[in-house]
Design a protein around this ligand. Structure first.
Ligand code: HEC
Length: 126
């Protein structure tokens, strides 16, 4: 039948568009809104996790003065629970879950630490 030959062909452009959309979504960074706090909450706290993570992984630049900041913007200093909480959506997009644009350079935190960071931030950085 004429109909069975043309109909699948007519669908192909739509399938291609859907694929492009999926690819574009895959390239966009995961945001804090894409990552809900786990159902049981988190046992991670600023004291047990956040402080040390930020101190060792981020504050070498973000908490430093002068040229040691290496260009890290002065509005992003993660040296207190409050500052981490306030900027948690930006921390997420740069460093949590699959987001790896921070820290720049070779000292990449392991995936498990980025996963913990994601949960801690998503639960409000307690
Ligand atoms: C080697 C120095 C260095 C380290 C370590 C570092 N950063 Fe940065 N950070 C920068 C520089 C330079 C910029 C400005 C350029 C840019 O935005 O990429 C920046 C910008 C940012 C910004 C502001 C821009 C935005 O996207 O809103 C955030 C948030 C950020 N970093 C988060 C982090 C986190 C979280 C860590 C630790 C996991 C970290 N950074 C570790 C150098 C550093």
């Amino acid at each position: 039948m004429h109909y069975t030959l043309t109909r699948p062909a007519a669908r192909r452009p739509l399938a291609a568009l859907a694929l492009l959309g999926a690819l574009a979504a895959g390239c966009a960074p995961e945001t804090i809104d894409d990552h809900p706090c786990p159902p049981g909450g988190t046992s991670l706290t600023y004291e047990s996790f956040g402080q040390e993570f930020l101190q060792t992984r981020c504050q070498t630049c973000h908490g430093a003065g002068g040229s040691e900041r290496q260009g890290a913007p002065s509005s992003f200093d993660f040296g207190s629970r409050e500052s981490a909480r306030r900027t948690r959506a930006r921390i997420f997009v740069r460093a949590a879950a699959g987001n790896t644009t921070m820290p720049p350079g070779p000292d990449d935190p392991p995936e498990a630490e980025r996963a913990k960071l994601a949960d801690w931030l998503a639960c409000g950085a307690p």
